[in-house]
Design a protein around this ligand. Sequence first.
Ligand code: SF4
Length: 380
Amino acid sequence: MIDDIAEKVYRCERLNLEDARRLWAHPNLAELGLLADHTRRRLHPEPVVTYNVGRNINYTNVCWVKCDFCAFYRKPGSSEGYVLSREQIFAKIDELVAFGGEEPKSCELLMQGGLNPKLRLDYYEELLSAIRDHYPMVQLHCLSATEIIYIAHLSRLSLAETIARLRQAGLDSIPGAGAEILDDGVRDIIGFRKDRTQEWLEVHRLAHGLGMRTTATMMYGHVETTEHRLQHLHLLRQLQDQTGGFTAFITWNFQPDHTGLGADPQRWQGRKATGFDHLRTVAVARLFLDNFSHFQASWVTQGPKIAQLSLGYGIDDFGSTMLEENVVSAAGTSHTGQMNLARMQELIRDAGYQVRRRNTRYQLVATPPRPAALAVAASA
Ligand code: SF4
């Protein structure tokens, strides 16, 4: 029975960890959805679902960290390693702008890569400032906390100074990638070279302190327990209470193909999270993270139909059009080929919502994407 928790939700009272534990164990998924949807409608009374015109650019796949859940990286020295040239990056941004138009900061560039020992702070400063100067319509939503920590380390600078310099060069906001599960024991198992829990939080804390906005993520369904997920959400909620700097929460499940973790039965039990797991995770997170305004769908990992269904489990935003995706698709799962903007709009409307375009800060963008862009498929 969760009647007492439902009462708290209807009275807008904060849920505690024990409430969240009970919700996670509650067998009736539809009831979780009803409660999460109530919270979503309280926060967003208008029947609107937003999306963002954006693309990913993975500027390098060279990475020494070698996380066991990642199929994207290539070791330094690998013949398959790459660093995109300035011309290649600009050509990709040209495609984004052709799709999204000229309104300032209306097109989101999510640029992330591996931890490449050859790329120092000056590389990033030059690249970011060049993009900022050429493309005022582009929001530079770039570099995970993991990358920023490594750039600081390579450059022998403090995290605060590194973030300030990147911001000065044009970095607008920071994506929440690299959080995985914020527990050092879990991180030791899935990627022991990766930054620690407190380091990931510190990057976001510092960025918020500079007035930057960031997102928060959770990758679940590998070696973690429900308790780890709850503690992860608890850490995010605490930081959001302190700074208010997170714009959105996004969660997706571990994609095992072509990964060291996925091939290791000692560490991974071999059961990929189902759509039910995903909806439960989204709903409980929506109820617990009462200080997060927005929840994004994860159509790349869950596919169009579960993403559409998640609109009834607390999701208010369909995320990015993501004209290119390389990381999840390297792990054998990608629904990018099934999605374009027309399809995204159809999924939202069929679920009973109006469609609105937004920017990275969740401000509505009046200019629609170019009509020809509707049919441009997301690609892997
Ligand atoms: S997840 Fe990121 S840090 Fe880890 S191996 Fe892949 S690219 Fe490197």
